[in-house]
Design a protein around this ligand. Structure first.
Ligand code: TXA
Ligand code: MG
Length: 351
């Protein structure tokens, strides 16, 4: 299959390009498109065989359900039986934006989208290209992240190309994404609203709206062991090919241990990389080490934005092991921690 790439303005995409992409969606084929979080791999959410194509293209495990993307609250009734009045003000507060809500599934949503569950994850992305594509297609769009299964999510069209060229029909290239980590997944189908995947909408913010009862599933954020409560959140996820060694603990002790480990690896002639903040970089200015910076540790949003492309860059530079220091578990730091812990296969080196 030939994969076309069409450049689009991320703020005001050309109507022609959107029409072309919408035609592909309506034909039951696949389009990768930018959202504010990461690139999605989209298909008509009402067409089971189109959605099956997503699972084939990215070799996704069939038990891992997709998020359905809508462009307006009018679309909600097509995907869930939950009326907007019961969304606890979340839609008004966060949509369009990086919050996916797990809701009871409407009949029109095929089994394959929800991996056979009675629920469906829904979100309204905050990106002009995504919204225009959904509107022009005239259907909700099911879209997981546009990467090969278990690989790092794509934050540029080049990342999508590297993973999926020849396997999908079209990539809309709207440049790098603004947030860089995936949406927060909040389960509203159970008694206590539960964050299944931390993301750009912080748990602090959700507690501000819903009250302190909001729960956090054990998803690789606090302890070294990673829970398996929600599908698609297996420990080895968001992973680069290189082994990631993730450190946690008192800063200077961790940086010393990392520097020592780097020296050991280089002594063994291993290709070694490190993922660091600007502030930590001077401590790891070691010959032979491939250092990739994430921005200032005081700007967790910048770190989130650079995280996945930094992991891909280190892979591209051929290192076999990557060292990183963990981030604090507040705000978007919780999502960064979750993705790094998964990329490390759930193992954290505590000092
Ligand atoms: O930011 C995002 O969420 C991106 C963009 C493209 O919207 N999408 C994304 O999709 O990250 P994906 O498929 O890579 O991750 C979806 C997550 C998975 O952890 C999946 O298990 C969970 O949402 N999920 C989807 N439907 C669910 C359901 N019915 N119940 C529980 N979890 C669900
Ligand atoms: Mg994904």
């Amino acid at each position: 299959m030939q994969t076309s790439v069409v450049k689009v303005d991320p703020v005001s995409p050309a109507v022609e390009s959107i029409r072309q992409a919408a035609a592909v969606i309506r034909e039951g084929r696949l389009v990768a498109f930018p959202t504010e979080t990461v690139y999605g791999l989209g298909a008509n959410a009402l067409d089971g065989s189109a959605v099956l194509g997503i699972y084939e293209a990215k070799r996704r495990a069939p038990d891992d359900p997709c998020i359905v993307h809508i462009a307006g609250l009018n679309d909600l009734a097509r995907v869930t039986t939950m009326p907007v009045s019961r969304l606890l003000g979340l839609a008004q507060r966060y949509w369009p934006g990086p919050l996916s809500l797990v809701l009871p599934r409407a009949q029109a949503i095929p089994d394959v989208v929800a991996a056979g569950r009675s629920t469906v994850a829904v979100r309204m992305p905050d990106h002009a290209v995504a919204l225009a594509l959904i509107r022009e297609s005239g259907v909700p769009i099911a879209a997981p992240s546009a990467n090969m299964f278990m690989h790092t999510s794509p934050t540029t069209a080049e990342h999508v190309w590297d993973d999926l060229a020849g396997r999908i029909d079209l990539i809309l290239d709207g440049g790098p994404t603004r947030i860089g980590v995936e949406s927060t997944v909040l389960d509203l189908s159970c008694d206590v609203p539960t964050v299944l995947r931390p993301g750009a909408i912080s748990i602090e913010s959700l507690r501000g709206v819903l009250g302190p009862a909001v729960a956090l599933a054990d998803v690789g954020t606090s302890s070294g062991a990673v829970g398996m409560k929600s599908p698609g959140t297996s420990p080895k996820h968001y992973a680069p090919s290189a082994e990631l060694m993730l450190y946690d603990g008192e800063r200077v002790a961790v940086l010393r241990a990392m520097a020592q480990k780097v020296a050991d690896f280089i002594g063994e002639r291993k290709e070694v990389g490190a993922l660091v903040t600007d502030e930590d970089a001077p401590y790891l200015d070691l010959p032979g080490l491939v250092l990739v910076r994430l921005g200032s540790g005081n700007d967790l949003e910048a770190v989130a934005r650079h995280l996945f492309s930094a992991l891909r860059e280190l892979d591209g530079r051929g290192v076999s092991v990557i060292l990183a220091r963990n981030f604090p578990p507040h705000d978007i730091g919780l999502a960064i921690r979750d993705r790094l812990t998964r990329a490390a296969g759930g193992r954290v080196i505590r000092l």
